[in-house]
Every structure is written in C-alpha cells, then in structure tokens.
Design a protein around this ligand. Structure first.
Ligand code: TRP
Length: 368
C-alpha cells in the first residue's frame, strides 16, 4: 500500500493502538466510528493532500490519537477528530459533524441533551476562527465507546469568548463554574485565552464539562497558580512535569501551556480536576529527545514507560530522529476524578515536521 487513503492510514494506526492497549481484536467499533467521522474525506489518497486545513494536527491530518494512562493502571485510546464535509467550509463542516452525532446517537445511544443545551450558542451560522467543533472518541477495553464534543469559545469572535463560556456553563446548570474556573487562571490579559469548551456526551453523574485556557509565554508557575482552583493537588508534581518535559525551558514561548478544569453536575461550584497540557513538540529538537523526556517523566511517576514505545510503534516505523511532533503534547491530570498522564500522538498522515538540528545545541549551551 504505497499511497493509502486517509482512512486506510489512520484505521491501521488505530487498530494497532487498540491491540496494544489490550482491546479484543474482534472489536471493530473504534475503526467503524473513525470511518464515519472521516466520511468521504477518508477515501482521499494521502498523496492528494489535505482537503481542509484542520487545526487538529500540525500537518492538517483531521485526527490525533492519544493514550490516557490512569494511575490505577487503566488506559484509554482516544481519537480527537474534525468532521470534514465533502465540500468543506466552516459551516459545511458543522452540518457534517451534526450528522455524525445523529448517527452515533442512533447507533450507540449517545445522549445528546447536553449538546442540544448549548448548540445554538457555540454553532452560529457563520463560525469564526480555526474550527467550530471537534469530537473526541474514547475507547476502553470492554466498555462502550464515549463521545466528547469540543466547542470553540471564539466562534463568535474572540471578544465574546468569556460571555459564551459563562453562558455555556449556565445552560448546563453550572452557574458558578465560570467564576471558579477564572479565579486563578486569567490574570495575564491577552496572554490567557479560552481555547476549548468541552462537554462529555453521556448521562453518568461523572459526565464532565471542561474549560481549557491557553497560557501564552508562561512559566510553570502560571500553571501552578492556575491549579489553585482545585484543592489538595500535588503542586510540586506540576513544576516537576514542566521541568522534566520542558528541558531547560523557563518560559514556554512556543505553543502555549494549556490548563483545563473539569466540572461535574454533582459538584458544579468547584472544579474536581485540573489538567495541564504541554506541547512538547515545540520544545525539543526531535522525537528522540521528546521520547526520552517522556520516558524520564513516566519512570519518575512509576508509570509504564515501555508502553510508550509500543504506542509509538503502533503508529509508525519511522526513525524518531527523522522529525518532531509525533509526540505532540503530554498532559498531567490531577484531582478527585482520577490522576494520570496522557500522551498525544500525531498520525503524520500528510507530513512529518522536520527536526530542528539547532535546538538541541541551543538547549545544551544554555546549560553550560
Ligand atoms: N493542534 C492544536 C494545538 O496543538 C489543537 C490540539 C490538538 C490541542 N490536540 C491538543 C491543544 C491537545 C491542546 C492539547 O493547539
């Protein structure tokens, strides 16, 4: 298969990841859902290039994989994806993405009440920004797949993001969540920005609403400060995470650190969890360096570092020194709904980001 289609390429990666995570090989659901999400865009050959400049991944592949490692030892395989219409545009993609949800809801009984409560807010006729909505499909062995939607707070213009987020929480019965989430996280003006408003589409009591905030040009202390909204967290763990994964980085001036807060209906006044996302690809020379930092971090936490290599090899056999960004982000999850680490892995369907031969030398010289 020299020139696979987007679906062939990504479904092979997903099958391998699921096998690696211990899913029964007979379970075709993840791949079938991926096929529905990609729609006709999935039939396009990779050599034809991306149909739509999706911001899901740097090379415009409309999906990104992640492996979530819970500290309990459980793991989940997830796919972040953008539905791309046959004739894509911001509004055509929204129409196609709604169709995907209808189909998933019929097929898997995904409840859509929470989506319906906020859709007119976040899905205007003329969406602005880089995307209108994305999905995350969450797979665990022997469990029904779950779906989460990501909305863009800037979809009616950046100037209205705060208003949309506050109203979104209100519609979901979480009046006080906006104040709780912004108390420690948006003190730096334009440098702190609402990035995603995400809603779990399930009706369990632990179904979450999450707010993501990007911190541009931030130090680890900005994240430690943002985490204050959640009581009783291991704040040293946050500094350690930034130190081990950022290398010699003091101020994260490339792609931003991102904070997220999770709220559940049972306790809508305070976030139960805090997560921090670090776009490691902007702070390494290549994936060799990214991998070794992630391995140190996982070993330090007592997590399964060998699993990382198996996940990497589920996606690609390219030498890690050939590029950068296969390891796109790493996140740390802290709080009462469970702690753990998530590794975000790029599909690299269209392109491998080039290594930065100068970066490692630069990082070394600041040490000497
Ligand atoms: N590609 C975008 C970015 O890096 C969006 C994105 C994809 C993202 N996966 C993510 C953002 C994980 C934060 C965390 O910003």
């Amino acid at each position: 298969m020299n020139d696979p289609t987007l679906f062939e390429h990504t479904s092979r990666q997903l099958r391998n990841l699921c096998a690696e995570a211990g899913f029964p090989a007979s379970d075709d659901t993840p791949v079938e859902m991926l096929g529905e999400l990609l729609g006709t865009a999935g039939n396009r050959r990779l050599s034809e290039g991306p149909l739509w400049p999706s911001d899901v991944a740097d090379d415009a592949t409309p999906v990104e994989f992640s492996v979530a490692l819970d500290d309990t030892g459980d793991r989940a395989v997830r796919v972040l994806g953008e539905v791309v219409a046959e004739k894509p545009s911001m509004s055509a993609n929204v129409v196609a993405a709604r169709r995907f949800l209808e189909s998933m809801s019929e097929r898997l009984g995904i409840p859509t009440e929470r989506f319906e409560a906020v859709e007119d807010l976040f899905l205007p006729d003329d969406p602005q920004g880089k995307f209108a909505f994305w999905y995350s499909m969450i797979f665990r062995p022997d469990a029904a797949p779950k779906l989460k939607v990501y909305f863009n707070p800037g979809v009616r213009g950046e100037g209205r993001a705060a208003e949309l987020v506050a109203e979104g929480f209100r519609r979901l019965g979480m009046e006080d969540a906006y104040d709780a989430a912004t108390e420690y996280s948006v003190s730096r003006g334009e440098l702190d920005k609402f990035t995603f408003f995400a809603v779990d589409l399930d009706d369990s009591p632990l179904s979450r609403v999450k707010l993501y905030i990007s911190h541009f040009s931030a130090t680890a202390d900005v994240a430690v400060q943002a985490s204050q909204a959640v009581d009783g967290l291991d704040r040293d763990g946050i500094s350690e995470f930034c130190g081990l994964l950022g290398g010699s980085t003091e101020s994260f001036d490339g792609r931003p650190l991102v904070s997220s807060y999770s709220f559940v209906e049972a306790d809508p006044k305070r976030p139960g969890n805090y997560s921090l996302y670090l776009p490691i690809r902007d702070y390494v020379a290549d994936d060799v360096e990214a991998r070794s930092r992630v391995v140190s971090f996982l070993e330090n936490r007592g997590s399964d570092a060998a699993g990382l290599d198996r996940s990497i090899r589920a996606l690609t056999d390219r030498p890690l020194s050939d590029g950068r960004g296969l390891l796109a982000h790493v996140s740390l999850r802290l709080g009462q709904f469970g702690t753990g680490t998530t590794i975000y892995l790029s599909s690299e369907g269209y392109e491998v980001l080039s290594a930065r031969s100068d970066a490692r030398t630069a990082a070394t010289s600041t040490h000497s």
